[in-house]
Design a protein around this ligand. Structure first.
Ligand code: ATP
Length: 315
């Protein structure tokens, strides 16, 4: 169990985490989501005792991480995969950690096997790809066989096969009853892996709920309509209360100039109502498709107000 209570972390004048509270339960995979700069890493650093909070508390298993005498047995974490001495072999790196944390030496071979690095055990970490470094970071987190696992952007730099592997691993660790907490700035990654979500923006909690509840609440339907008479249909649908926008489709291509069919994206009216209105006004339709917003779109909508740097803006 992870408990964050009224946590605030300031760096000088910058408030990175702002009175944040949430709970992460065992036996589930929880995604920690927010746009870049939302405060995820700052929260995890306090949680792992690497930084002191400005105020509030963050505990793992009811105690502050830095007060726990058996750190790696208590919680395993991957924060920055690049943060490993490049001159050491993977095995030497893990063996040193095992020794200094009182962990049985046989665990080294076990975790290397577990993360698919057994064949690379004697290679220097300096020559590892980012994906391999991520695997080594995960091996480090697993070394003490801890009940709580915390990973910051774990799939960064992994190839598709690596992403599938890591998803299965997280699911299995949760099925074993562990608390699995993963940060990401991509909802698409989390919707495949997580049971629960903690979404933050500008250091504040936006929502904490299950992926299922988020999907049910956040999904907005839109209807794609293709018609050769877009101007007329837009007027009819707008009068009926819909919002109509030009969609991606034939209307945006060179055909548009020749008066060929255009694609519209309609929200606020269901497909059957759009069909009835088009029929009533004798507007021909070539296509009428209902489309659910993806969770990624719902997430972007939810966090839009808290994005620090919008695309196109200079930093
Ligand atoms: N040591 C620091 N000194 C000053 N500001 C910091 C420091 N660390 C983080 N920040 C600022 O705090 C805010 C939150 O950063 P943080 O790295 O926690 O966000 P994040 O959600 O992990 O983002 P990302 O997905 O980009 O890693 C950002 O505006 C960042 O610039």
């Amino acid at each position: 169990m992870i408990e964050v209570n009224e946590l605030t972390k300031r760096y000088g004048a910058k408030t990175a985490v702002d009175r944040l509270s949430f709970t992460v339960r065992p036996g589930r995979v929880t995604g920690f989501l927010g746009p870049n700069g939302a405060g995820k890493t700052s929260t995890l650093r306090v949680l792992l005792g690497l930084d002191a909070p400005t105020s509030g508390t963050a505990t793992v298993g009811g105690v502050r991480f830095r007060d726990h005498p058996r750190g790696l047995h208590h919680a395993g974490a991957l924060l920055d995969a690049g943060h490993v001495h490049g001159g050491r072999t993977a095995r030497a790196h893990l063996a040193a950690l095992a020794r200094s944390n009182g962990i049985a030496a046989r665990r080294v071979a076990e975790v290397l096997e577990e993360v698919g690095l057994a064949d690379a055990a004697r290679r220097r970490v300096g020559g590892f790809s980012l994906g391999m470094r991520q695997r080594l970071g995960i091996a480090t987190a697993l070394l003490g066989d801890p009940p709580v696992l915390i990973f910051d952007e774990p799939v960064n730099g992994m190839d598709p096969e690596g992403v599938l592997w890591v998803r299965r691993l997280f699911r299995r660790l949760a099925a074993e009853g562990r608390t699995v907490f993963l940060s990401s700035h991509l909802m698409s990654e989390m919707e495949q892996t997580a049971d629960d979500l903690v979404v933050i923006g500008q250091g504040r909690l936006i929502t904490a709920e299950s992926v299922r509840d988020f999907a049910a609440r956040g999904t907005r339907l839109s209807v794609t309509v293709v018609t050769p008479r877009p101007t007329e249909l837009t007027a009819v649908l707008t009068t009926a209360g819909a919002t109509v926008e030009p969609g991606d489709g034939p209307g945006d291509g060179p055909e548009a100039a020749s008066g060929a069919a255009a694609t519209l994206t309609v929200t606020g009216l269901p497909a059957d109502r759009i069909a009835a209105l088009a029929f009533e006004h004798r507007v021909l339709l070539h296509e009428l498709t209902t489309r659910a917003a993806t969770l990624e779109e719902a997430f972007m909508e939810l966090t839009a107000d808290s994005v620090e740097y919008l695309a196109g803006e200079t930093r």
